[in-house]
Design a protein around this ligand. Structure first.
Ligand SMILES: O=C(O)CCC(=O)C(=O)O
Ligand SMILES: [Mn+2]
Length: 209
């Protein structure tokens, strides 16, 4: 437990994951319940959510979630074959960004948001290792709404077990160092009837367009 009362929540709980080739820290209750409720509602209503598509073996599929890119407007971002041009920062996003920057001690240029409407929405195994993010990306992930498991697996070490980290309402997870070189992550589908979830991943895009 660390004292971060000056930042926000009263019961911020810090967990450092002891995993090889990774640097992952989780802060539960980073944002208070009240702040999290307010931010969830506001983001759901004000973010310009879009349905992205991917082409796989010549067929076009809807990505199983809604997404949006916000950030410094001179920083385009390409992933999964899609190039996105960011919307300008909103007040809510700047508030979340400055809150996490006070702990992360870096400045983020961009925020990718995902809206998981129900248990059918998901995010399949991947690494956040696009070249725009540089050699060792810092990825700061904030979640609001339904708790979903964030699963991690080492790409080489088959002796290591999969890790499941529940990302709760108002939580803040940070991945740094070599994590994106060695670990894939995913948000699995579930057949349970669940509420929607919003996730924001703050990133540092090095190039300028
Ligand atoms: O929803 C999450 O917690 C993860 C999102 C993610 O991995 C991504 O957008 O790259
Ligand atoms: Mn990711």
């Amino acid at each position: 437990m660390v004292d971060l009362k000056h930042v926000f929540g009263k019961d911020i709980q810090k967990t450092i994951f002891d995993l090889p080739d990774a640097d992952i820290v989780l802060y539960d209750h980073f944002f208070s319940e009240e702040t999290s409720d307010r931010l969830f509602k506001r983001l759901k209503e004000t973010i310009k959510w879009q349905q992205d598509q991917i082409t796989f073996y010549g067929k076009v599929f809807n990505v199983p979630r809604l997404s949006a890119l916000y950030g410094d407007t001179n920083k385009d971002y390409s992933y999964s074959g899609i190039t996105m041009h960011p919307h300008a920062w909103t007040q809510d996003l700047l508030f979340i960004k400055s809150s996490i920057e006070s702990v992360a001690k870096v400045e983020f240029t961009s925020c990718l948001l995902n809206y998981y409407r129900d248990g059918k929405d998901s995010n399949d195994w991947h690494q956040d290792n696009e070249k725009e993010l540089g050699e060792n990306p810092v990825i700061a992930s904030v979640s609001f709404g339904e708790t979903r498991p964030f699963q991690l697996r080492h790409i080489k070490r088959t002796d290591l077990k999969r890790v499941d980290i529940p990302l709760t309402h108002g939580s803040f997870l940070i991945m740094r160092g070599k994590t994106q070189h060695f670990w894939k992550h995913k948000i699995p589908k579930t057949s349970r009837a669940i509420n929607p979830r919003i996730n924001l991943t703050f990133r540092i895009i090095k190039n300028e367009n």
